[in-house]
Design a protein. Structure first.
Length: 90
């Protein structure tokens, strides 16, 4: 498993910061320039979290039983999530 870089947040840290950013932007208390900088940070965090989720999904394997009753691993099927492409365009 790839270890995160020292200055790179964990998924949970990034998600928590993203929630803080949403609260700040929804609060309408930031100046315009600060709002833009905060929004840009949020976009970077969304991309970071999406990358981490994609990597985790690739690692998931489903255990299935074959005709003889033996278990075998099969890659998790890749299915697009509704609206996922729209969020990535931000």
């Amino acid at each position: 498993m790839d270890e995160p870089l020292k200055d790179e947040p964990t998924f949970e840290e990034a998600l928590k910061r993203l929630e803080e950013i949403v609260a700040q932007l929804e609060g309408n208390r930031l100046a315009l320039e600060q709002s833009l900088e905060t929004f840009e940070e949020g976009v970077k965090l969304v991309r970071f979290c999406a990358d981490r989720l994609d990597a985790a999904e690739r690692r998931i394997e489903l255990l299935l039983t074959d005709k003889e009753g033996r278990l075998h691993a099969e890659p998790f099927p890749e299915e697009p999530v509704d609206g996922a492409d729209d969020a990535a365009q931000v």
